[in-house]
Write a protein that binds this ligand. Structure first.
Ligand SMILES: CC(C)(COP(=O)(O)OP(=O)(O)OC[C@H]1O[C@@H](n2cnc3c(N)ncnc32)[C@H](O)[C@@H]1OP(=O)(O)O)[C@@H](O)C(=O)NCCC(=O)NCCS
Length: 198
């Protein structure tokens, strides 16, 4: 594929993913120019051990592979979370796992300020709205109370515990499982309107 063909494919991919604007954040599709900053933000063991797929250490190649692999089919929804134009983390919906699953991470410097909850709510609204999903699932390691709290604040209901393979520890770990159905999401929508900016 020539460079111009690649650029065309990337442009088309980005266009299929809307930008979501929240009170403080803009969520948009990641593009190749974001690889360096994603690699810098994600290269932290505290992030990797709490996610299923993020390796540690995490380098430029990993970021490039991530960017190339996401948003390839219609119901893919991988967003970079940006604050004042600068990437601070990522949030997305994986549609390939039965009930679509939400996942997210933030650079450590941005923890504790409500950004994950704000971003997750925007992606959840997109999942039930534009993508018309009927339910979402999510998981948080039992040792990760911050992520559990994010899910609770977004309305997710606990469904049980299961062992989940975590790439960064090359092992399985107990994970709390959660689910959010359309009907509950509709009743919680008073949390605020998410506007489309592109
Ligand atoms: C999980 C993560 C995304 C949270 O991001 P964040 O922006 O700090 O989250 P928020 O500020 O929106 O909410 C965090 C909540 O957890 C609470 N919390 C944080 N640490 C906690 C702890 N040790 N015990 C109990 N609650 C805790 C916060 O007080 C807050 O709840 P509150 O608003 O009721 O006070 C971030 O820590 C992260 O990227 N972790 C690594 C990757 C990860 O865990 N991803 C999720 C896997 S699906």
């Amino acid at each position: 594929m020539t460079f111009s063909q690649e650029a065309f494919v990337e442009t088309r991919r980005e266009h299929s993913i809307p930008a979501l604007k929240t009170e403080r954040l803009v969520l948009r599709a990641p593009c190749r120019a974001d690889a360096k900053v994603i690699a810098r933000l994600a290269d932290d063991r505290r992030i990797a051990v709490n996610t299923v797929r993020i390796p540690h250490p995490y380098g430029l190649n990993d970021a490039e592979q991530y960017i190339a692999s996401v948003n390839r089919q219609n119901d893919d929804a991988a967003f970079l979370i940006t604050l004042d134009g600068a990437p601070i983390g990522a949030c997305g919906i994986d549609p390939r796992v039965g009930v679509p699953e939400i996942g997210y991470w933030l650079g450590v410097a941005y923890w504790g300020q409500g950004y994950a909850t704000e971003a997750a709510r925007a992606v959840i609204d997109h999942a039930f709205g534009a993508l018309q999903h009927e339910a979402l699932q999510a998981g948080a390691r039992v040792s990760n109370p911050a992520s559990r709290r994010v899910l609770e604040k977004c309305g997710f209901q606990w469904t049980g515990v299961q062992l989940t393979r975590i790439r960064a520890i090359n092992s399985a770990a107990p994970t709390d499982r959660f689910r959010l159905d359309r009907r509950l999401w509709e009743s919680l929508r008073s949390w605020g309107k998410v506007s489309r900016v592109a």
